[in-house]
Design a protein around this ligand. Structure first.
Ligand code: PGA
Length: 249
């Protein structure tokens, strides 16, 4: 269902004590009833984070998972491991996984399929880098990422996918896409989903923007009619600011 969503990707930040403190402060903030609020702490803190958010409207996601169900994959975490600590949402395809850890469109497609088959909700990230934006290939890059990552899924799976457009040049750089650039790409994504599936399904999915979203720019970015919220990195590490972003619709 198309929802307003604010998701915090904590990346490799926050040890156990810091995780407890951040969640504690976040629970004390006023969070709007009609906005889904998700946080994605590190693997080591997922279990306690999931306990800590009980009784609040916050839900917990993982930042990654392996595509195989189990086996000799040193250092990896499976879908069953996530589910066994009550986590049923996972971020997949983040640009840092793509560029720093060699995750190809094909690997990400396998991960998405494995997550969906196992009943997970996927926050699927995609977006062009600076050279692709400058050369004008950003629409075709995004279309290919959607095709490889998502478009093998049946119609029934789309309700379990949250889309997250994250232009790489805006991640952690302080530079955001302009509200017009974000809206333009989000409209393109919705159109591309409509062409593969249908209009009703395309209208029903949530498409988040990610890349240097802050309390002082969230409102204008979220104003785009195809922008349903944000995937927040750096600004999610401050509970007051993150809550302010959730209140920016
Ligand atoms: P940022 O990260 O908000 O720090 O730019 C966004 C993301 O990587 O999801």
């Amino acid at each position: 269902m198309r929802n307003k969503i604010v998701a915090g990707n904590w990346k490799m930040n926050m040890d156990t004590q810091e995780t407890d403190a951040l969640i504690g402060t976040l629970k004390g903030q006023s969070l709007p009833a009609d906005v889904t609020v998700i946080i994605a702490p590190s693997f080591t803190n997922l279990d306690r984070a999931n306990q800590a958010v009980k009784g609040s409207k916050i839900t917990v996601a993982a930042q990654n998972m392996h595509q195989a169900s189990h086996g000799a994959f040193t250092g990896e975490v499976s879908v069953d491991m996530l589910k066994s600590v009550g986590v049923d949402t996972v971020i997949l395809g983040h640009s840092e996984r793509r560029s720093d850890f060699g995750e190809t469109d094909n690997i990400i497609g396998l991960k998405v399929a494995a997550a969906i088959v196992n009943g997970m909700t996927v926050i699927f990230c995609f977006g062009e880098d600076l050279s692709q934006r400058e050369s004008g290939s950003h629409f075709s890059v995004v279309k290919k990422q959607l095709e490889k990552g998502i478009f093998d899924l049946p119609n029934s799976a789309l309700s379990k996918v949250i889309f997250a457009y994250e232009p790489v040049w805006a991640i952690g750089t302080g530079e955001t896409a302009s509200p017009e650039q974000a809206q333009e790409m989000h409209a393109f994504v919705r159109k591309t989903i409509a062409e593969r599936y249908d209009n009703a399904l395309a209208d029903s999915v949530s498409i988040l923007y990610g890349g240097s979203v802050k309390p002082n720019n969230a409102n204008e970015i979220f104003a785009g009619k195809d922008v349903d919220g944000g995937l927040i990195g750096g600004a999610a590490l401050d509970a007051v600011g993150f809550a302010a972003i959730a209140n920016s619709f």
